[in-house]
Structure formats: structure tokens, C-alpha cells
Design a binder for this molecule. Structure first.
Ligand code: MRU
Length: 409
């Protein structure tokens, strides 16, 4: 994996798209490339077959890239939005009056937050960036330039912090699994994961996939199973790609195969558990994550394996009491009824021709919620960058404790 780059303005960027199948093709697992005044995102709609970066010049560009899911994953969405506005601020001619720049920044942040509703990281980033901007505006001698600089520095710090947070999540999660599961105490474990929570969903390394990366790095991972993750296929297109790229032993299953897999290899085998990411963790631990997560949590409980959520504290929303208060994004039905990819005649893959095929009866109605909520009762631990939060003996998560460590909120 490679972390998102914070260049010095002289960084080199890949200009010609690389294609899977080219003799020297090696996908760089870098969802975000940034240097001051310049932002590029890896177009995740084209993965895993083609590596193409899109330039993001403004908050409007970022809003569309997020909405269309060219960039995705709760932390990556927040960072792309924050940096897009930083790029806009650096390249625009701004007023010299601090208050006017502040108003501009706040309006743009409010707009960016409307791109996708469920992941809280973007709203959390916007709240923190507004605070930074407001503080910079009331500072003595504040100018448009000093407010802009304060914003840009804070947005860039988010990119840097996300990578170190993820590495710590990986470490805490791997240690917890090795110590707290029967399979972990016996030897290398197998894990199941859902959606994509890796380098492509973050500034680098990943959350739930970071835990798997970390287990692998410690020599404590036997095998990773990733679900296909219908309908957008983040598992088969992105997580499978990251596993192959990092030479992590992995197997792809369709979402509907998870129960059979756990029956075969669950608590009696070496599957220690299921680890997933999160888009929003409510104050009581209820967790919104990619559709299908809830069914995996039920399966984990039934088969006696652990169910773990891995997320930075930017994903924990203490203002949302429970899962019932989380808004679930609904996406267009065509994401369920149509499948897009390079032409394959059953033998050969033709990367030159991208086709869209219909896989559903014409005229059928479609329900396409992008996320579901897993009740906290089904969650054994929430892995954060400062440690793993477990429930007390009454089954209650005290997530506020995670913020007392360094008073970050
Ligand atoms: O719709 P997506 O692809 O943005 O959904 C992504 C997920 O649900 C992830 O599990 C979550 O954002 C955590 S990514 C570290």
C-alpha cells in the first residue's frame, strides 16, 4: 500500500492511465494525491482494471466526485472534500477581508456536506474546519490570506493524521484479535471483511482492512475472506484488488456465501471473526456501514465468532444517540439492475471495451439503501486509533471515554 501523498508542489503525477494487462502494470494503492494547490483522486469507478486519476480543482468537482462515488469510503470522502476546498482557496483570488473569506469557506463546507448523508466523517471535518476558520477570523490582525492559510494547514493535517490513525487502528485491532479470540490464541487466524475499507477508502492503510494488513504483517493472518459487496462491488473490485496487490492470502465470496463459510470454518475452524468499517457510529455503538453489514453481524453471533467495527474517532458521532437517528442514503436503482465492466467473452478480457449489461427484469421496482445499521448488541468491540472499546458488564459502550484520552473532540 502507499499512503496518500502530501507533496511539496514538485511531486510527479502519473499522466497516462495505466491499464491492467499492460506488461508493467502495477496499481498504486493511492486514492488521493495532493500537493498544495493540486489534488487528484483515483477514479474508483474504473478500478480494478484501469488506474486513472481525475483532477479536482474545486469544491464543486469534489461534490460530484463524491456523489458519483469516483471517490468513496468515509475517511476518503472527508479528506477529498477538505482538500478540494483548500485547492480552491489557493488558486482563487480571494478578498483581503478575513470575514469575507470566512463566509466563503463556511458556505462551501455546508455545500460539500450535502454530497452524501450517512458517513459522518465529512460533517465532522467540516465542523472542525469551520472552527479553525472562525478562530482565525477573530485573531488580531486577521486578513483574508491568514484565514485561508489557517484553513489549508488544517485540511492538510487531516490527510496526514488519517494515515497514522489507521496504522494505530491496525495495531490495536490485530493485538486484540490475537489475545481475545480462541482462534487467535491457537495460531494464525482467518478473518472475514466486507466492502472496502483499505488504502482506497482512506488516506492510506485502511481501517478494517488495516487490521487485516496488520495481522498479516505480524505473521498472525492465515487467510482473509472478502465479500463481493453488492450492489457496487467494493469487495470484489477494490478489497480483492488490495489483497492481491499486497500478497495477502485472500478469497472472494459473494455476500450470500458468508453463512456457509462460517458454518464450515467458524468457531470450530480458525475464523476469529468479521471485521468491518463504519460510516457512522452512534453514541450507543449502533453502527451504520455498507449494506449487508447487519446480516454479517447476525451470522457472526449465530456462529460464535467475534464481530468487530474498526473506525477512527472521526467516525464516532456522540451527537447521534442511536442507529435510529442515522440517515441512510438511498442510491439509484440502476446500481442494482445494471453491471458495468470491460468486455469478457468467457475466455478473454478486452480492456478496450467497457460494457454495461442489464441483470434484472425490465420494469421491476428496486430498493437500494447504501448502508444498514448494526445494533450495538451484536458488536463485540469498536477498534479506534486509541484502543479497542468494549461493552461493560451491562452491555453498554462508553464511547465518550475514547475522546478523553487526548480531548480530541
Ligand atoms: O458507499 P461507500 O463505498 O462509500 O461505503 C463505504 C463503507 O461502507 C465503508 O465500510 C466505510 O465508509 C468505512 S471506509 C474506511
Amino acid at each position: 500500500w502507499r499512503q496518500a501523498s502530501l507533496g511539496n508542489g514538485n511531486s510527479t503525477f502519473s499522466s497516462t492511465p495505466q491499464k491492467f494487462g499492460d506488461p508493467d502494470f502495477e496499481m498504486v494503492l493511492q486514492a488521493i494525491k495532493y500537493s498544495r494547490g493540486r489534488l487528484e483522486i483515483l477514479d474508483q469507478l474504473k478500478l480494478p482494471h484501469s488506474e486513472e486519476y481525475d483532477h479536482i480543482y474545486s469544491s464543486t468537482d469534489a461534490w460530484h466526485a463524491i456523489k458519483e462515488m469516483r471517490t468513496r469510503g468515509a475517511p476518503a470522502i472527508a479528506i477529498v472534500a477538505a482538500l478540494a476546498l483548500a485547492v480552491e482557496l489557493v488558486t482563487l483570488k480571494l478578498p483581503s477581508i478575513a470575514e469575507e473569506v470566512k463566509i466563503f469557506i463556511i458556505e462551501k463546507l455546508d455545500y460539500l456536506v450535502t454530497s452524501r448523508p450517512t458517513a459522518v466523517n465529512l460533517a465532522d471535518a467540516a465542523r472542525k474546519l469551520k472552527k479553525t476558520t472562525e478562530e482565525a477570523t477573530v485573531r488580531e490582525g486577521a486578513t483574508g490570506e491568514s484565514v485561508r492559510e489557517a484553513y489549508v494547514v488544517a485540511a492538510e493535517k487531516m490527510l496526514i493524521d488519517d494515515v497514522s490513525d489507521n496504522e494505530n487502528i491496525g495495531k490495536h485491532g490485530a493485538e486484540w484479535i490475537v489475545k481475545n479470540t480462541e482462534a487467535g490464541r491457537k495460531g494464525p487466524v482467518s478473518m472475514v471483511t466486507h466492502c472496502n475499507t483499505g488504502s482506497l477508502a482512506t488516506a492510506g492503510y485502511g481501517t478494517a482492512l488495516g487490521v487485516i494488513r496488520s495481522l498479516h504483517a505480524y505473521g498472525a493472518l492465515k487467510h482473509a475472506f472478502c465479500t463481493e459487496t453488492r450492489p457496487y462491488n467494493q469487495g470484489s473490485r477494490l478489497t480483492a484488488f488490495e489483497l492481491v496487490h499486497d500478497h495477502i492470502p485472500g478469497t472472494l465470496i459473494t455476500d450470500s456465501m458468508a453463512a456457509a463459510l462460517l458454518r464450515l470454518k467458524g468457531s470450530s475452524g480458525n475464523i476469529a471473526g468479521i471485521v468491518v468499517g463504519a460510516d457512522r457510529v452512534a453514541a450507543n455503538g449502533d453502527t451504520a456501514n455498507k449494506i449487508g453489514t447487519y446480516s454479517l453481524a447476525i451470522l457472526a453471533r449465530h456462529h460464535g465468532v467475534k464481530f468487530l467495527v474498526a473506525a477512527p474517532r472521526t467516525t464516532i458521532d456522540l451527537d447521534t444517540k442511536s442507529g435510529e437517528d442515522i440517515v441512510i442514503e438511498e442510491r439509484p436503482g440502476k446500481e442494482v439492475t445494471l453491471v458495468k465492466g470491460p468486455r469478457h467473452d468467457g475466455v478473454t478480457l478486452d480492456l478496450g471495451v467497457v460494457e454495461t449489461v442489464s441483470i434484472a427484469a425490465n420494469g421491476i421496482g428496486v430498493w437500494n439503501p447504501a448502508f444498514d445499521v448494526t445494533p450495538h448488541e451484536l458488536i463485540d468491540g469498536i477498534i479506534t486509533e486509541v484502543g479497542v472499546v468494549e461493552k461493560d458488564s451491562d452491555g453498554v459502550f462508553h464511547l465518550e471515554e475514547a475522546f478523553k484520552v487526548d480531548g480530541v473532540k
